[in-house]
Write a protein that binds this ligand. Structure first.
Ligand code: NAD
Length: 428
């Protein structure tokens, strides 16, 4: 499941109630002030280009008709077609889609990928739907948003509650409607219909690469560096397994029910991922720590890779890690971020660290357009190169301007977006 977070109850704002749209706007303002970005461009970036709201009626298995609400928020396309996930979750709202679409704009720009940001979803609890109902919902949703998506217009991908199968149905529905097989309309598909090898592991792989580079930058050897990872799903487990292969000591991992901890290092390969067996981290464990305690362990690297807003004003002072690498989207609130900066604990932001997902989505789109699949080795090699380049560009700003990693990542992203707006100008 590339981005299937179906089993989680993730919201970007579970604890601190900082809606994604507000966080995104606050971060934009903060970065714009610091880096002298043209105010008229910042003003444009505060507003999505378009938000589409649709009704999605489907026939339930019992013959009744239920109508769901779907959204597609398209933030900015100055650098290329819109790109971003589709989530099926009861908490999906218009504003959440807009906030998350803004993050996608920055994420694509920091990676220098020629896409802009989008996000969408349907307000539904996917666990309430049978496979047949999910397929009907997906096909009808694809029809309702058909005019605003397309391989050169807006390319959805899986997100919470959706997966490779959802994308295959979406691609099929779109292709049937336009009368030609169009694999490039979505990414995160199964490889047999144009999906990319390595897409599923990519966000975790990029988190591991960024961890390795950042440890080296601060003179910490990855060999036997102690690492705590919150969340053992697609992002957390893939990052933990790779870091374990690279000789780091992963001492703690967790699922929604708590954490397991061994100061000498866990046998990571033996722990099933969330996808392989949900909540298996704690199932057979005798000694389970609360998730909050994992965050406060005295480790070299902390990787929050489960849900949003877990490092807050309440616990930022108790974080003992030397380094935080954000695997989840938005795990650190703005106030906690400022407190960690004050304490000189570097936080490498989500828009850089977990950007392997959208990067391999871009590779998938290229493969679809060229009708030619890449090998897994090629995908991983190119991802390694893209991550090193992007990480190096952000590091240069950290060093030259003495700012946080988050501010540096925003500076890189915003300057690219602002320059593109500046050179294209304002139409008409
Ligand atoms: P996942 O559903 O595969 O796994 C989530 C893991 O977190 C599970 O182990 C689950 O038990 C655990 N968890 C759930 N709620 C928790 C809680 N309240 N406290 C602690 N642990 C909890 O999810 P994923 O795809 O790995 O995504 C994790 C995060 O990374 C999300 O923020 C997601 O938006 C972000 N992300 C995912 C991708 C991707 O492609 N998978 C890409 C970029 C960012």
């Amino acid at each position: 499941m590339a981005t299937d977070s179906q089993q989680t109850t993730q919201s970007e704002s579970p604890e601190d109630d900082e809606p994604a749209i507000e966080t995104a706007r606050r971060q934009l303002d903060h970065a714009a002030e610091q880096f002298d970005i043209d105010r008229s461009i910042v003003e444009r970036l505060k507003h999505p280009a378009k938000v589409t709201e649709v009704a999605v009626p489907i026939e339930r298995d019992d013959g009744t008709v239920e109508v769901f609400t779907g959204f597609r928020a398209q933030h900015d396309s100055v650098r290329g077609p819109f790109k971003g996930g589709l989530r099926y979750h009861p908490d999906v709202t218009r504003d959440e889609c807009v906030g998350l679409s803004m993050w996608m704009t920055w994420k694509c720009a920091v990676m220098d990928i020629p896409f802009g940001g989008a996000k969408g979803g349907v307000v539904v609890n996917p666990k309430r739907l049978s496979d047949g109902e999910t397929e009907r919902l997906t096909r009808r949703f694809a029809q309702e948003i058909r005019d605003v998506i397309g391989p050169n217009r807006d390319i959805p991908a899986p997100d919470m509650g959706t997966n490779a199968q959802t994308m295959a149905w979406m691609m099929d529905a779109y292709s049937m409607q336009v009368g030609e097989t169009t694999p490039g309309v979505v990414t995160g598909k199964p490889p047999i219909v144009g999906g990319s090898y390595g897409r599923e592991e990519a966000p975790g792989r990029s988190v591991a690469i960024v961890t390795r580079e950042t440890c080296e930058h601060y003179g910490m050897s990855l060999d036997h560096a102690t690492v705590a990872v919150q969340g053992f799903g697609s992002v957390g487990a893939n990052a933990a397994r790779l870091l374990d292969e690279w000789d780091a000591d992963v001492v703690a991992v967790s699922d929604v029910n708590g954490a397991v901890y061994d100061p000498d290092g866990l046998d990571i390969a033996s722990i099933p991922t969330h996808d392989e067996e949900p909540e298996a981290v704690t199932k057979n464990a005798t000694d389970v720590l609360p998730n909050e305690e994992l965050l406060e362990l005295d480790v070299d690297v902390l990787i929050p890779a489960a849900v949003g807003n877990v490092i807050t004003e309440q616990n930022a002072d108790a974080i003992q890690a030397s380094l935080v690498i954000e695997g989840a989207n938005g795990p650190t609130t703005s106030s906690a971020d400022a407190m960690l900066h004050e304490r000189e604990i570097p936080v490498v932001p989500d828009i850089l660290a977990n950007a392997g997902g959208v990067t391999v989505s871009y590779f998938e789109w290229l493969q679809d357009i060229n009708r030619r699949a890449w090998s897994l080795d090629r995908v991983n090699d190119e991802l390694e190169e893209e991550m090193q380049t992007a990480w190096g560009e952000v590091r240069d700003v950290v060093e030259e301007q003495d700012v946080s990693w988050r501010d540096a990542a925003y500076a890189v992203a915003l300057s690219r977006i602002a320059d593109a707006h500046g050179s294209r100008g304002l139409w008409p």
